[in-house]
Design a protein around this ligand. Sequence first.
Ligand code: XUL
Ligand code: CO
Length: 444
Amino acid sequence: MTYFDFLETVEFEGPGSKNPLAFNYYQADKKIGKKTMAEHLRFSMAYWHSLTEDGSDPFGNPTMDRPWNNYQDSMDRAEAKVEAAFELMSKLGINYFCFHDVDVAPEGATIKESNENLEKMAELLKKKMEATGIKLLWGTSNLFSHPIYMHGAATSPQAKVFACAAAKVKKAIEVTKYLGGENYVFWGGREGYETLLNTNMKLEQDNLARFFYLVIEYAEKIGFNGQFLIEPKPKEPTKHQYDFDCASVLAFLRKYDLEGYFKLNIEANHATLAGHTFQHELRYARINDMLGSVDANQGDLLLGWDTDQFPSNLYNTSLAMYEVLKNGGLAPGGLNFDAKVRRGSYQLQDLVQGHILGMDSFAKGLEVAHSLINSQEIEDLISSRYKSYQEGLGSKIVEENTSLEELAEIAQSFKLSEIKTNSGSQEKLEAILNRHLLGSLNSD
Ligand code: XUL
Ligand code: CO
């Protein structure tokens, strides 16, 4: 059974093409520096948004008619989704996917029943993966939709819920290992609180750390070698999530001695919800050697929630790819389109269009970032900005070869009006960014 009959394999046709079902910029095998675009970008499809989303929102019913849902039996529907998912990825040339346990297999009345469903579906996924060469970027467990998780999973006040979460994660890691998943994600959707009036914050955070210890111990036992990732988000669905942003996650990991076991999965829209730019979160993770993977989407600054739109903002994709290139790439992570088409974009073609938009936007961002780094214009400005730390007084500070007393003594001889700091050159730098972005567009 096929679902995207209107679609041939999506090809690169160049910036001049007006064919909506072709790439203007993404060319999988085009070399950018030493790697191809496909190797740099490692695109992944998010199973939940692309296959399970139906366009419903708190104010309205589903808008999207997804033919793979037209089956009575829930296992038949799950199998149809696999067919549709692999057809879509193959036609788009997306080599990875990510899923939650509940995206691929229906939940049963007991964990045992859910696990059996998941095992059956994992077999089918594996066959499809072998036939197409598509790989699993990461697996995860949904510990936020079922009512038992209303007060959290590992941070629930009810120990039985902690145990259910443990059972679900155990199975999800086993399945991720079985499918050769390169990473495993924890997004703590309800690991937080609605009000501190009813919350033992210390016990909840200690339990979250205890949960991670159990997971690490089990992963070692079964030989799961994938990278564990934590995905920060400040709020939604809870009022406050403990994994608020990269800095909060890192502080948590350091406090509980867990830093070496995790990296971060950074989502653009989560960064903006935390009051940061996407680039800020990527930079913070990168300089702390914690940049693991990216959920590639974008929000709408006029809306205070996680709209999960397909990325189209070229400034953001360029600055994100700048961080990714400086990081030496993302592997074993990738760029996962944790993005959904709008409620009004209800046709199947819109779903294809969303992925093409995202892939083209990141392909262009990659080219701009590469050109920026090649020119070294930003790096030169930054190194001249901090050059006082390369000699004399500055090197004493950097080499930690001074004292407060010595610095006070030296500073006393300064005439304050003679201390000069160079201009921050923000406007000049913004113009440089524009030149690379527009230059890259004009040269196409
Ligand atoms: C929610 C979100 C999740 C995680 C995986 O905002 O981003 O889909 O990526 O659970
Ligand atoms: Co996400």
